[in-house]
Structure formats: C-alpha cells, structure tokens
Design a protein around this ligand. Structure first.
Ligand code: SF4
Length: 374
C-alpha cells in the first residue's frame, strides 16, 4: 500500500472506530496495568468471556504490586476456567519483574516492556500505544487478517518474509498521534467486519483501499497452510471420594506443564499405573479438546489401596470449594461426567476407611473392568 493510501485508510478507520467501537471495561481506562491484564486475557479468548474475569481480577489485584505479592494459587484460582494457564503464570512473573525492576510502574518504553516475562511484541505494542500513546504497532490475528486483505498479501502470514511485511505495514498504520486507537480500530474491524468467513465488505470503511476486495476474493487471505489435527491422547482419570462425597484432587503428572500449579483428579496417560490407587468400574468416557491435543478420558471410580494415609500429594475437596481453587476445565469436565453418571457410580473411598467399589448397573458389568493396576 502507498503512504497516501495508508494515511487515508487510517483516517477512515479512526472515524469508524469512534462511531462504532464496542464498550469494553478496559477501553474506559489508560491504566497500563489494566490494559496489560486485558491484553493477556484476550489472547485466544472471546471478549464476552473475558469481561467478568477481567473485572474480578482487577477487584482482587488492584495493581501490579498486589498481583506480584499474591500466592500463585490465588492468581490461578481467579484464572480458573479461562484456560491457557501459562498466561496467568507469566502475568504473575511479569508483575514481580515490574516491581523489582521498575518499582511497580510499567515502563513507557517498548524495549523495557518487551523484557517483562510473558510480554511479546504484540502485548508490548498494545500497552505502549494504548496506555502511553507511543507510535508502536500491534499484530494479532485480527490485524493480520485485515492487513493481509488490504494488501492482498500472498503466502503464509507466519512465514518470516510475510511476517516482516505485515509488521512493517502495521508500523506504517501506527504512525499517528492516536496510535492506540488506530491499533484498536484495526483489531475491531477484524473482529466485527473483516471476519474470517464472509467479511462484510459492503459495510467496510476501508473498502476503497482493499486489494482483496477489489479482486473479489477477500477470503483468500491470509493464505494459511492447513491446520494440523490435534494429537490424540488416551487418558485415565481416577475418581476417589471420601465418605462426605468430596473428591481427591492433587497436582497433575510432572510432565504435564499445561496445568502446573492446578488441581486435577489422579490422571494417567496411556494406561500408566497410578501409585497407591486401585481402579474400579468405568463411570464415563469424555473428550476434552485442547489446542494441540484431543484427550479421550476414561473416568473410573477408584480407591486407595490400603488404610494408610495416601502417599500421593493432594487432598479431598468438597464440590462447593472448587470455585476458590485453581481448577482447570478438564477437572470440571471429569466431575461433571461423574455427576451426570449419578452419585451411585462412584465408591466411597476414604484413605482411612476401607474402600467399597460398587459397579454401576448397566454401565460396568461385574468382571468387565481390567485388572487392578497396583
Ligand atoms: Fe476486509 Fe472486505 Fe474491508 Fe477488505 S473490504 S478490509 S476484505 S472487510
């Protein structure tokens, strides 16, 4: 795109943004901390989902220092259900860095922002432009799509050459005193008008500058390579309950970074044995899909092998305590499956009381379970 076309398109985008921008709580502030939290939460997550999490998070952790000083379990508990928990851990680590290196105030400097753990080019550009009015670009999925279409840019947008061209174009758009609004107008257009399927070109403020629309093939861009199918994984989840109906939850298996610091029922990959547990009848089969993996989970009732206090790390957790804990979605999926199967499907299996396993009628016939894996 020529400089002139970019300048005209930028003015049209700003006018459209001023007239049509959606109300969002983080758009009512210039507080860099609030903008940072919102940008991290919005990665891979829809605006409507983020709003209540954002409000609860800021009510609990009012500033960088409050977040830095909080226990990680509290941060993860407030993130519970939002997914991609690495974001919460990095935000927490980032807050500690800002307290240590910048006395608790986010720096108005793009290079210093990029040194904060978990803050990459996109988040640094968003904080710099929206909170500090610096003329820095952003490039998220929405902006990538809009710019690829405006320029009718061929090739994979994640490839090095195309990536550089897209950042250069985003940088050219951000050369404006209202860089933060320009960046948000591009994101907003991608979210509401220039959507992945069926973009609404007839309503688009920058249609006159769009090469993809002029060629009548907007959906051709960005030219992404076909997605890889998620890896298929087979898991067993063991459901152990005490006499009050509380569930045994503990840390995930050591190799499972995705839920580090959170609570899950005992989980085993590919039929691996779980120390100290005797598995019983099948309660349910559930599927939980993550970005890179499709978890096929066999949920079984289980008990501890003897009366001794379990060697496993964890504790019995009452259902009404779950909301205050760091629980990934997979734990809720498993416990929901147990609830749907009915109370009688799980055994009372205290570490102090002798376990009694009762197969559920019509679900697991006597003798149908595989041998105990002790
Ligand atoms: Fe997207 Fe169509 Fe607007 Fe081009 S004209 S930016 S393809 S909505």
């Amino acid at each position: 795109m020529s400089e002139r076309s970019i300048a005209e398109a930028r003015a049209l985008l700003l006018a459209h943004y001023d007239a049509h921008k959606r109300a969002m709580p983080w758009r009512e502030t210039k507080d860099p901390y609030a903008i940072w939290v919102s940008e991290v939460m919005l990665q891979q997550t829809r605006v409507e989902t983020v709003i209540p999490y954002f409000q609860r998070f800021l009510a609990r952790f009012e500033g960088v220092r409050a977040l830095a000083e909080a226990p990680e379990a509290d941060v993860l508990a407030l993130w519970s259900g939002l997914g991609y928990y690495r974001r919460a851990r990095m935000l927490h680590a980032g807050a500690k860095h800002v307290v240590r290196e910048h006395n608790g105030a986010l720096p108005a400097d793009i290079d210093a922002l990029k040194k904060i753990p978990g803050v990459g080019d996109y988040t640094a550009g968003a904080i710099a432009s929206i909170a500090f009015d610096l003329r820095e670009p952003v490039l998220d999925g929405n902006v990538e799509r809009v710019l690829s279409r405006l320029a009718a840019m061929p090739g994979d947008p994640r490839a090095k050459t195309q990536r550089k061209s897209l950042w250069d174009l985003a940088r050219a758009f951000a050369r404006d005193p209202r860089a933060g609004d320009v960046n948000q107008s591009l994101m907003e257009l991608g979210a509401t008008v220039c959507t992945p399927a069926s973009p609404r070109c007839l309503l688009c403020p920058v249609r006159a500058h769009c090469a993809a629309s002029a060629a009548a093939e907007p959906e051709r861009y960005p030219e992404k390579p076909p997605k890889k199918a998620p890896r298929a994984e087979r898991w067993t989840a063991l459901v152990v309950r005490d006499e009050r109906g509380a569930f045994w939850l503990g840390p995930p298996p050591a190799h499972l970074d995705r839920w580090k610091g959170m609570l899950v029922p005992p989980l085993a990959l590919d039929g691996a044995a779980l120390d100290g547990l005797r598995d019983g009848p099948v309660i349910a089969e559930v599927v939980h899909v993550l970005t890179h993996a499709r978890m096929q989970i066999t949920v079984r009732a289980a008990s501890f092998i003897d009366d001794a206090a379990p060697a496993r790390e964890g504790s019995f957790v009452a259902l009404d305590s779950l909301d205050a804990l760091a629980i990934p979605k997979v734990t809720r999926v498993i416990l929901d499956a147990v609830a749907q199967a009915g109370e009688e499907s799980t055994a009372v299996a205290s570490s102090r009381k002798k376990a009694s396993i009762r197969p559920r009628k019509g679900r697991a016939k006597k003798g149908s379970s595989p041998p105990s894996r002790t």
